[in-house]
Design a binder for this molecule. Structure first.
Ligand code: F0G
Length: 430
């Protein structure tokens, strides 16, 4: 049984060990295509359930537990893993009520080892880099990809190379990438330009690209869906709602659901809703015109992770929408930050981009797209500790163009007992 790379546009196939990201003939995106017929007898819910609770790598990973659906032929000894995944699926009845929906769960991918879902894609991407004998891997990043790639590259004893923009970079993420030992280059350009540059530099220097244009990244990210369904005891929700930036996750989700359905592991396919920030909404715009044309935008949003105007996985995201009868929504920065404040105040917390899932759910319910009695799983893609400036500015009322509807004001005091007690008794009354 062998997997192949296959162009999603013209169908041309390439060997699995070809170092390429797009089709040599037509430029289309490539899928990792597994032999589903051969897998049919080999995978079952019971197989994946049996592996739950194992302490042994690789099956203790929330990605490699589903190895047959991620990369069936890879030698287990090659796998570069930090036991990623195994993230919580939180029932959040109060937020469900706020959004106007019967049942809402939040799947917290910020609980991954480096603080975002990227670890799921990096374990598979870096494993392939190792299988190919690569010594250097590279990515452009708004933050999370860099931290994740840097960690996994170091584990695999490869050099990680990161292209950051030099403005508004999340310092925690830059510090992770530097600390893990990656070569970090700050470039006077936005994410979209850095994405183009990293592909050109990688080609010139023979470096392996680990952005989500790399199809092996998406194979690992499919496990967000596998794990969610397993946590729901394989009961299929009505909706999966996620933020959309470079559109890797949404692309992976469609493929995961398509494969699970083809293999008979789920009886029906949930609908996927992709939520973009208003200021970084090229997919939303294309969706509005029935995908007649795609135009890149100059991205601007408080949600730094999804400040992307020219998503590389556009065509795969459109395929997800077709496969899942999906929809696209957009939300304002105001809506993102308010939804984030509510998720944070539950004691769960997430970064701004992740809050698109909740803000988008509420909007889709209000528009009558999601029905009040339906079950929704929202994906929280990153950790609360990313973009702390946005969080603190929101609560202190200094975030530009945003009026905090759910503020938790920061108090200041002199080291004076009466003053401190005064603040706390006043706070009690409000
Ligand atoms: N949420 C978070 C927290 C992210 O870091 C990203 C992407 C997204 C959502 C968008 O996901 O691209 O799959 O649609 N961050 C990238 C990075 C671009 O460099 O860390 P997508």
């Amino acid at each position: 049984m062998t997997s192949v790379l296959k162009c999603i546009h013209c169908g041309r196939e390439y060997p699995i060990n070809a170092v390429m990201y797009t089709c040599a003939d037509c430029g289309g995106l490539l899928d990792v295509r597994h032999d589903l017929d051969a897998l049919r007898g080999r995978v079952s819910r019971a197989l994946f359930d049996e592996r739950l609770g194992t302490l042994e790598a690789p099956f203790n990973s929330g990605v490699w537990r589903y190895k047959e659906l991620i990369y069936p032929d890879v030698n287990a000894a090659q796998i570069v893993t930090r036991g990623e995944g195994n993230t919580n699926l939180y029932p959040v009845p109060k937020l469900a009520k706020w959004a106007g929906v019967g049942t809402l769960y939040l799947k917290h991918e910020g609980e991954n080892p480096t603080g975002s879902f990227k670890d799921r894609g990096m374990t598979s991407g870096v494993t392939q880099a190792r299988a190919l004998g690569m010594t250097r891997v590279a990515c452009a990043s708004t933050g999370n990809t860099s931290a994740s790639m840097a960690a996994y590259a170091s584990m695999a004893e490869m050099e990680g190379i990161v292209f950051f923009q030099n403005k508004q970079i999340a310092l925690g993420k830059l510090s992770q990438a530097i600390a893990y030992g990656a070569t970090c280059v700050q470039i006077n350009a936005d994410f979209d330009r850095n994405m183009e540059l990293v592909r050109q530099v990688a080609e010139r220097l023979g470096v392996y690209v680990l952005n989500s244009v790399n199809p092996f990244r998406l194979e690992g990210q499919k496990a967000i869906i596998f794990e969610t369904l397993q946590q729901l005891r394989w009961r299929v929700p009505d909706w999966i709602v996620c933020p959309g930036g470079n559109l890797g996750n949404s692309s992976a989700f469609g493929k995961a659901l398509h494969e699970l359905h083809a293999l008979g592991l789920i009886e029906r396919i949930p609908r996927v809703a992709i939520v973009q920030a208003e200021g970084a909404n090229p997919l939303y715009r294309a969706y509005q015109n029935g995908f007649a044309r795609f135009e890149r935008v100059k991205a601007q949003t408080v949600a730094t992770a999804i400040k992307i105007g020219n998503p590389v996985n556009y065509a795969k995201a459109v395929r997800t929408l077709e496969w899942t009868n999906g929809v696209v929504e957009q939300v304002s920065d105001q809506e993102i930050m308010d939804a984030k404040a509510l998720i944070d105040a539950q004691g769960i917390g997430c970064e701004p981009a992740s809050a698109c899932s909740l803000a988008g759910t509420r909007k889709l319910v209000a528009r009558g797209v999601i029905q009040p009695d339906e079950t929704v799983v929202g994906i929280l893609t990153g950790h609360l500790l990313k973009d702390p400036d946005a969080t603190i500015s929101y609560h202190s009322g200094t975030l530009e163009h945003i009026r905090a509807r759910y503020p938790n004001r920061l108090h200041q005091a002199e080291p004076n007992l009466d003053e401190i007690v005064g603040i706390l008794t006043a706070a009690e009354r409000t």
